[in-house]
Design a protein around this ligand. Sequence first.
Ligand SMILES: Nc1nc2c(ncn2[C@@H]2O[C@H](COP(=O)(O)OP(=O)(O)OP(=O)(O)O)[C@@H](O)[C@H]2O)c(=O)[nH]1
Length: 389
Amino acid sequence: MRALIIGVGQCGTKIADLFSLVDFEALAVNTSKGDLEYLKHIPHERRILIGEGLTRGKGVNANPILGREAMKRDLPLVMRKIGSIIGYEDIDIFFLTFGFGGGTGAGGTPILAEALKEEYPDSLVVAIGALPLKEEGIRPTINAAITIDKLSKIADSIIAIDNNKLKEGDDDISKAYEKINYTIVERIASLLALVDVPGEQTLDSSDLKFVLKAFGSFATVGYAKADAGKVKSLSRLIMKSFESEGLYLEANIESALYGLVAVHGPPEVLKASDIFEALDYLTGKIRGKQIFRGFYPDPREREVEVVTLLSGIYDSRSIEDIIITAKNYAQSFMKAREEAETKKKKLLSGLPDFDDVYPPGETGVSELYDGSFPDVDGITKKLRRQEDD
Ligand SMILES: Nc1nc2c(ncn2[C@@H]2O[C@H](COP(=O)(O)OP(=O)(O)OP(=O)(O)O)[C@@H](O)[C@H]2O)c(=O)[nH]1
């Protein structure tokens, strides 16, 4: 299983940087030079500044039109770099990480996703994006809604992380971002690490690709972890991973088409009866009724870790809130603009032009001006003559 993580914009490159820390191949693409320099783990030759001619390396200030333009202008540069990283061995999944509410990530990610789909038709393109906080205001919400629409037509799946779930903690915002970035990477990296591990009941890359190839619908990754000695019921722990508190998206999991559950821990805790009880429950609950599973008994392990992936989700409160807010705003904004235009037209209609109120001769201007470029000398002479008269 080979994945390439490509971070776009500040949020996206910070997440990609953490993937690089845990040894995934990662690339950072941004319009802000400062943000690229701030990264710690992605090697310098894998950091690409785009749109320098447009923004002079200063970011796009939440303007997705500039973000889109920056990515379009430097797409050949980005695609060349991706090609050189890939070499001769195929990529199974490109994961594009970004913030839905900014400018570089929101504007640039759909452009890059489209180019990757065209150039690498056998690879999956999966978007991993952070949804804006409600308090950030209307602009990030609109950026998110439009980007969701665009990506839903290009990407195979969209793993959306709802930043609003952060508010449940007491941390300041940068700590809270750090925490959620860490969580995203821990979940997805743990899942990817369990794919293609040899064994009887394990997951391979074709299982993961099957689950994520879901026509641009939403996916979410749940997680639960506990000390092996403290696990009273493994089936309860598995269920916890895909319940609301285990997921970073408000979603109706019953609308999911596919699921995937990976359980890793000491063999004495991974009891088949417990695991099948939870899987039966989950299979019955989701609409698509297809759950892939992997069991990873590991005698060295002292903890039990469960990662669940649910995909094909089209029923999500977090997403609906964003789309409806953006649509309502757009409608009322367009209505207000139309009204302002109508009012302006009505107010100003019937006004004469200058020529109607200042007939020629009254001011003397028409006698002085002969239609040619002003002849300053001539004007001065004419004025003098008039004065003399
Ligand atoms: N989860 C998470 N969300 C973040 C983080 N940083 C920013 N965000 C969210 O992402 C959105 C802003 O995206 P950024 O990545 O900062 O913006 P950008 O794509 O770099 O675009 P510009 O700054 O406009 O050039 C906001 O809605 C934030 O809530 C982060 O580290 N983690």
